[in-house]
Design a protein around this ligand. Structure first.
Ligand code: HEM
Length: 413
């Protein structure tokens, strides 16, 4: 083109596009604390393995601000009211919008990739497997899986907690929800099955059923296993919490016997507090992703059609007014959740909300409590690297897999 090099034309076009984006950002008046347009957060996140402290950023810049990640400019949404409004507006003002990698991974028919009527229909198909009645029915199976797991870990002694939690949560989904129980999730078969799973993930299966199952395995596997792994890190640092867990289990067994029934689960209030507090302080999924389907008002600003939104699931829980009078708001304190009111009121959105509410939330809460019961009735976990760092991207996990010694306690039978 008249002797002008291609790279020059491309650079000018890119600069114009970025300037337009920057001007649009400025015009709408929403703060942009990341500074100039070139300050993408990808490099700092990859370098440190950590996302910046969103609580601090929202405290400084308010409920909405811009940031840029992997070249994508997004609007961060950080109050309970605003996040709830966006979640409830699914299909009208916004729709879920995950990166192409997730779309490819889960297939076009995975629930996260379908919208409108197709999404509702596919979710309805899977829903009967997740009702409270269905979960009640899985309890004996879940407890059997947990008991087999603790016996295996006690026999092995040294374990990698994160890997074992993945095995446990994978087995639960496969043997309860997917309904397979022919031994293919046994410890000997798990590595092979897991690599088959990777093959699925690589995209060999492509129909509605396969995509739905794949979403369930994907969504139910890493999330619960990372949360469980985090629980053990917190418990290691809080021996008083372990004592209370043991005490509660002794009382539950005395009252209900050893089967973990629904009534027994309801009496595991402290265990529930441990799970909730872990998800409050160190949530595994930080945000949901949406795109605006039309112009709409949010927190006094006009959000333009096509805007990408990142709705924080952590900010509302961390800054909930319930905790603000307490001077130890950042501390791990499961007893915060012991009052029924604390469990019912306020911000509790680690599982999202609205039409896209996590399908497996009750299964996840139940399987985590069942495993805590099996472990803390008779065993203990001693972490080898208590200060091991965590990598937070793409999903939070301990850098070295959390090596630990799994031991029977004095009262083990
Ligand atoms: C601690 C564990 C878990 C956490 C923190 C979690 C979190 C979430 C969140 C935040 C969403 C909403 C995504 C959005 O709004 O865009 C979601 C959706 C979903 N979750 Fe979970 N989840 C967990 C466990 C599970 C389990 C065990 C299953 C199933 C076995 C599951 C299945 C799903 C499915 C199918 C969706 C998509 C729902 C839809 O598209 O309407 N999750 N999860």
């Amino acid at each position: 083109m008249c002797g002008v090099p291609d790279w020059f034309v491309a650079a000018v076009l890119a600069a114009v596009a970025l300037a337009a984006a920057l001007l649009a950002t400025r015009r709408c008046g929403i703060p942009s604390p990341m500074g100039p347009w070139y300050s993408d957060m990808m490099m700092p996140v990859l370098r440190t393995g950590r996302f910046p402290d969103m609580v601090k950023l929202h405290a400084q810049h308010g409920p909405l601000f811009w940031w840029s990640f992997l070249g994508r400019r997004m609007l961060m949404v950080g109050t309970l009211e605003a996040v709830t409004r966006v979640h409830l507006g699914e299909g009208v003002i916004v729709r879920a919008d995950y990166p192409t990698s997730v779309r490819k991974l889960l297939g076009p028919w995975g629930t996260l990739n379908t919208h409108g009527k197709a999404h509702i229909r596919i979710k309805r198909l899977a829903q009967p497997a997740f009702t409270p009645k269905a979960i009640r029915g899985y309890l004996p199976r879940m407890q059997a899986i947990a008991e087999q797991a603790v016996q295996k870990w006690a026999a092995e002694g040294d374990i990698l907690v994160h890997q074992e939690m993945k095995w446990f949560t994978f087995r639960v989904v496969v043997e309860t929800i997917v309904g397979c129980d022919d031994g293919w999730t046994s410890p000997e078969n798990f590595p092979a099955v897991s690599s088959d799973f990777e093959v699925w993930v690589a995209g060999l299966f492509r129909d509605q059923i396969a995509d739905t199952v794949l979403t369930l395995l994907f969504a139910g596997h890493d999330t619960s296993s990372s949360t469980l792994t985090r629980i053990f890190q917190h418990l290691h640092r809080h021996p008083e919490a372990v004592q209370r867990l043991r005490q509660e289990q002794a009382e539950v067994v005395a009252k209900h016997g050893s089967p973990v029934t629904e009534a027994a689960l309801q009496d595991m209030k402290y265990a529930e507090g441990v799970v909730r507090e872990t998800m409050r302080i160190t949530p595994i999924i930080n945000a949901t992703l949406r795109v605006a389907l039309q112009d709409f008002e949010l927190c006094g600003y006009t959000i333009k059609k096509g805007t990408a939104l990142q709705c924080s699931l952590t900010q509302p829980i961390k800054t909930d007014s319930r905790w603000q009078d307490e001077d130890d708001v950042q501390a791990f304190k499961p007893e915060r959740w012991l009052h029924g009111a604390a469990q019912k009121q306020g911000a509790w959105i680690p599982f999202g909300g609205g039409q896209r509410l996590c399908l497996g939330w009750l299964l996840a809460m139940t399987e985590m409590k069942v495993l805590l019961a099996s472990i803390f009735r008779r065993y203990a976990l001693e972490l080898r690297l208590p200060e091991e760092p965590w990598v937070e991207f793409p999903i939070a996990r301990p850098k070295h897999g959390m090596p630990a010694r799994f031991v029977a306690t004095m009262d083990a039978s």
